[in-house]
Design a protein around this ligand. Structure first.
Ligand code: DAH
Length: 345
């Protein structure tokens, strides 16, 4: 009988298992000792040549050897798996006590902060927000606003022309005409925020592209008191309860009378300083009572209806509000400028 041989195989296998250091080696060991073609398994073929008695003993011995090797392998496999897992955990360890890296987040450009605040103020007074094209027809930008082709007021509003009659709008006032066209003689209470363009040389207070918010109210019995009260409320909400406004006579072709609106200087409170050039006031917008010609040209009966209109320069308001000294800062995306307006989280 080959019992000694079995012992030899077992010892050799246990030795190999003991020395194995990773799961690949263990797989090779399993193949070497337990596969069908292994030495141990080939001893099975001897069973047929043995007597019944010996066959029982030898068969049981082979099984025992095989089970012994197999359970040793299994244990070693588990042991190595655990070692390998621990090694991996150690290598891939993350120190969760380290402080996280700061993620840079953007902030709202102060231009949009102020634009949205102005919109909110007027929505609070019951205005609707209207819209109109930035590429506009001469007809809406000038003609329907009482600025015919030869009118000198056109000189101040030179712009970029697409063709003789199509241009980049010089103000948001064409939305007045477009809204009147749409409302066909019915009352109107709108604001229109939007981009405007002029052929200007860019400097600290001029930009070839800027933005306005137009306002238009048309109804029966609208008078200049309504305009003043509206703009006073706007000025106080935007610049603080202490601000007073003053209306100065001015001229716009589409309003009569026309006014320029000033607020008391926030810096000196109206006493006079370098910011307000010793006047105590700072100009913030233009407005007036809608010219009867404009009402008529746009389908409104000027005997029955009256209205007021105003145009607010968004950058101008934002510059006054935050003490910004150069209009170009809104457009040049310098993060050092933008960071100053970032809301603290
Ligand atoms: N459109 C004028 C401008 O850009 C501003 C303006 C003045 C608008 C008076 C108005 C207004 O609606 O009534 O200079």
């Amino acid at each position: 009988m080959e019992l000694n041989k079995l012992k030899e195989i077992e010892q050799s296998a246990l030795e190999d298992i003991k020395n194995a250091s990773n799961s690949d080696e263990l797989t090779n060991i399993r193949n070497k000792y337990l596969a069908k073609k292994s030495e141990l398994m080939s001893l099975m073929s001897l069973l047929g040549t043995l007597s019944l008695e010996d066959r029982k003993t030898f068969g049981a011995a082979i099984n025992e050897t095989r089970n012994h090797i197999s359970s040793n392998l299994e244990n070693k496999f588990n042991e190595i798996k655990e070692l390998e897992l621990n090694k991996k955990l150690e290598e891939e360890r993350i120190d969760i006590t380290l402080p996280g890296r700061n993620m840079e987040t953007g902030g709202k450009n102060p231009f949009f902060v102020v634009r949205d605040e102005i919109i909110d103020i007027f929505i609070g007074m019951g205005y609707e927000v209207a819209d109109g094209p930035e590429v506009e027809q001469d007809h809406y930008n000038f003609e329907l606003l009482n600025i015919p082709k030869d009118h000198p007021a056109r000189d101040m509003q030179d712009t970029f022309y697409i063709s003789e009659n199509i241009l980049l709008r010089t103000h948001t006032s064409p939305v007045q005409a477009r809204t009147m066209e749409k409302k066909q003689g019915k009352p109107i209470k709108i604001i229109c925020p939007g981009k405007t363009f002029r052929r200007d040389d860019d400097d600290a207070t001029h930009s070839h592209q800027f933005a306005q918010i137009e306002g238009l109210v048309i109804d029966k019995n609208i008078n200049i008191g309504h305009l003043k009260a509206t703009l006073e409320l706007f000025a106080k909400k935007m610049f603080g309860e202490k601000r007073e406004i003053r209306l100065r006579p001015s001229y716009f072709p589409f309003t009569e009378p026309s006014v320029e609106v000033d607020i008391t200087c926030a810096n000196c409170g109206g006493k006079g300083c370098s910011i307000c050039k010793d006047t105590g006031y700072i100009e913030i917008l233009g407005g007036g009572m809608v010219h009867p010609n404009v009402l008529k040209m746009n389908g409104y009966d000027s005997e029955e209806y009256s209205g007021f209109a105003f145009g607010i320069g968004i950058e101008r308001v934002a510059m006054l509000r935050y003490g910004i000294d150069d209009i170009r800062k809104f457009y040049t995306d310098d993060v050092r400028f933008l960071h100053q307006f970032k809301k603290k989280a």
